[in-house]
Design a protein around this ligand. Sequence first.
Ligand SMILES: Cc1cc2nc3c(=O)[nH]c(=O)nc-3n(C[C@H](O)[C@H](O)[C@H](O)COP(=O)(O)OP(=O)(O)OC[C@H]3O[C@@H](n4cnc5c(N)ncnc54)[C@H](O)[C@@H]3O)c2cc1C
Length: 455
Amino acid sequence: MSQFDLVILGGGSGGYACALRGAQLGLSVALIEEDKLGGTCLHRGCIPTKALLHAGEVADTTRHAGDFGVKAEFVSIDMLAVNAYKDGVISKLHKGLQGLVKSRNITYVEGHGRLVSPNTIDVNGTLYTGKNVVLATGSYPRTLPGLEIDGVQVITSEQAMKMERVPSSVIVLGGGVIGCEFASVWKSFGAEVTIIEGLPRLVALEDESSSKQLERAFRKRGINFEVGTKFASMTKGPNGVTVTLENGSTFTAEVLLVAVGRGPVSANIGYEEQGLSMDRGYILVDEKCRTNVPGIWAVGDLIPTLQLAHVGFAEGILVAEEIAGLNPRPINYDGVPRVTYSEPEVASVGLTTAQAKERGHDVVEINYDLAGNGKANILKTAGSVKLVAAKNGPVLGIHMVGSRVGELLAEAQLIFNWEAEASDVANLIHAHPTMSEAIGEAHLALAGKPLHAHG
Ligand SMILES: Cc1cc2nc3c(=O)[nH]c(=O)nc-3n(C[C@H](O)[C@H](O)[C@H](O)COP(=O)(O)OP(=O)(O)OC[C@H]3O[C@@H](n4cnc5c(N)ncnc54)[C@H](O)[C@@H]3O)c2cc1C
């Protein structure tokens, strides 16, 4: 039996961040992973999808090169070459991460782990005991009753990012982040795309104004979508997959991508047997990611917080620091930056208008249209920066739509998390011409001194 300060089950964003920080703080750490170090984000999530989206951006740039006076001709997408580029990025990062884990003297264990006591994980008969055990087994793509994933015609994001050709047409079931990102990629690659979303709007967790702008932009790009009507049934035939909705309408396409959310990986690995409190498979934790069983912690997609890699990182670090006695501050989940990396991007931090009102704030808003921003005109992108603020108080939310606005979150999250007021930001000078000026201009307007804006 091997004994450690920290035994971590799952080497994805949450697990490996916890391992790296724990080792840095002088804890002895074992990290157990049955597949590949880096988990979903590196191998099946963030990184591959963003590589595909970038390839899509290059395709669109080539198609529209003439708009910028550049003669170029878009010929076709070579999926084998796209995959080679994407896999090259993953492989480089994977090697880097493996080196990092090794350099911190973390004991890396390959194999399927099972929680067999509150402080022990069994990996193929070898027991790893920790003063603390951190569960970080992540999530898997969900499907709906009546929707069997066959991996060819009916697929999840796992198969979607490994396709060796561009399908002629795709139905994307689910208009959340993952669904919208794949819809965007496939449209850029030349497929006919239809999104089906049961909720009344695309990216329904975002501010309503962001959804409306994304829908407008998608319509302009020729991405079809049906919102507010639920999936009823699916049949497969020689012409592809036909989906029928509850309102009776039908859609047929070569491929159906099921992107209806992700569920926690928590079954049959000993969690129930150890008496862990769970809800629909998610492990329940307190604000420091402690479970109800002393010495067991849980982080990442396995717990019911935002399913994002950087949330997993933050939770992993929080747990390591708490165990090392640093008494870190709990995470303010409102302050987590969120991006949908479609074209255009949707990015936000803080509260939506609806949430701010629900929490009793006297809300003021400002919408700065990117039409007034020099760099946005140069890039030929449309969108806006919307601010939600408390009347005579801090900024409560920043919501942005447009090409590359995800990069603007670096500043937006400081504004929200440091509880800045409009006048604080209005005093900061933003470089011209940059997209970041739109943030400055929005705050100038909110502070009552608009520059390149009417009001
Ligand atoms: C298509 C897609 C795109 C995404 N894009 C983004 C994005 O752009 N930005 C972002 O922030 N997030 C994104 N995400 C979400 C992000 O990938 C997850 O939030 C993140 O990976 C969660 O980390 P985790 O450590 O909780 O779980 P995971 O990364 O899933 O890691 C869990 C690990 O545990 C291992 N494991 C499970 N059970 C066992 C066991 N019994 N024994 C041993 N090992 C086990 C698994 O093999 C896995 O490696 C995306 C996800 C998907 C699917």
